[in-house]
Write a protein that binds this ligand. Sequence first.
Ligand code: MUC
Ligand code: MG
Length: 372
Amino acid sequence: MSTVIQHIETLLVDLPTIRPHKLSMTTMACQTMVIVRMRHSDGIEGLGEGTTIGGLAYGPESPESIKRNIDTYLAPLLIGQPSSNIHALRARLNRYTRGNMIAKSALETALLDAQGKRLDLSVAELLGGARQEHLSVLWTLASGDTAKDIDEALLRLEQRRHGDFKLKIGANPVDQDVRHVAAIKEALGERASVRVDVNQAWDESSAVRGIQALQDAGIELVEQPIPAREHAGLIRLANRFNVPMLADEAVQNARDGLDLVCGGFSGAFALKIAKSGGISGVLELAHVAQAAGVGLYGGTLLEGSIGTAASLHAWATLPEMAWGTEMFGPLLLKDDIVVKPLNYTEFGVALPQGPGLGLTLDEDKLAHYLRQ
Ligand code: MUC
Ligand code: MG
């Protein structure tokens, strides 16, 4: 008899951050992860993670909705189904349920982790093999204080932990944000690349003013300056400035990617497994980008080690990304729930080795941070 999915457990895990993380729409002091434990009839357990930023501040799914919708709607569609055909299971979820991409991503990760453990292959090997074993990782400066951000960047450079920095802006008036960014770029000079993420906070005319000043200050990349749905505006900005635009919230999946490139977008796409419903969906988007000559960037919703490792296995199957990755989520957290944390070294991170994701849960830590 073939192996079937037997039981799916979802756990809310709250981990404090090492410092407040200030974005245009929220300030985080804690990250909540939804951890999926999926047990199969052969005794194998697959792990997955569904994580967003700031409750409902970032997108339409909250940690609580991710848990509730998996428990109530998604898990019952999977229980009793054969474990191994991940394409069929993905199609089944998408046939009977809409949206909930973070929840679906967590489930697909758990399926791939289990399948890798079953076949004694890493997730990257299951996907056809890794083309890279070490991926570059930037750091986000978002303390809300210019001097603290500069000190943090200098320390990361000295530690050889990160060589590229992304600044979260959009919470303050445009001119104040631009002064903050320019001061950091001036302090770091040619030693580091500095990018910004506006997280949709500007309208198009503010964006024109802000981006001109950022370009003059030597900023290398401008992420999601205007609201996600304004594809035409993002295309206009991409065509107007030399500094490239990075589409993030605007590009959730391959269909969004196709719309943007057909409309004349150039620049780069932020790939996130959480936006695209998992690894299969995000790789579809990556392939659209590659066909269109749009640059790739490995994005995060600030997942912990499980979600970060799943993303790394996906990115490892692609050629080196033009804009690197931001897979630093575990480093923003005070602690970890896996036995052997990811290995951050030499301005990047090593692809975890071993079957599946290559991670083992630390049951004591998990119990400690579990929401009661
Ligand atoms: C985002 O919008 O890119 C990624 C890094 C970070 O600090 O926040 C995220 C979300
Ligand atoms: Mg972003």
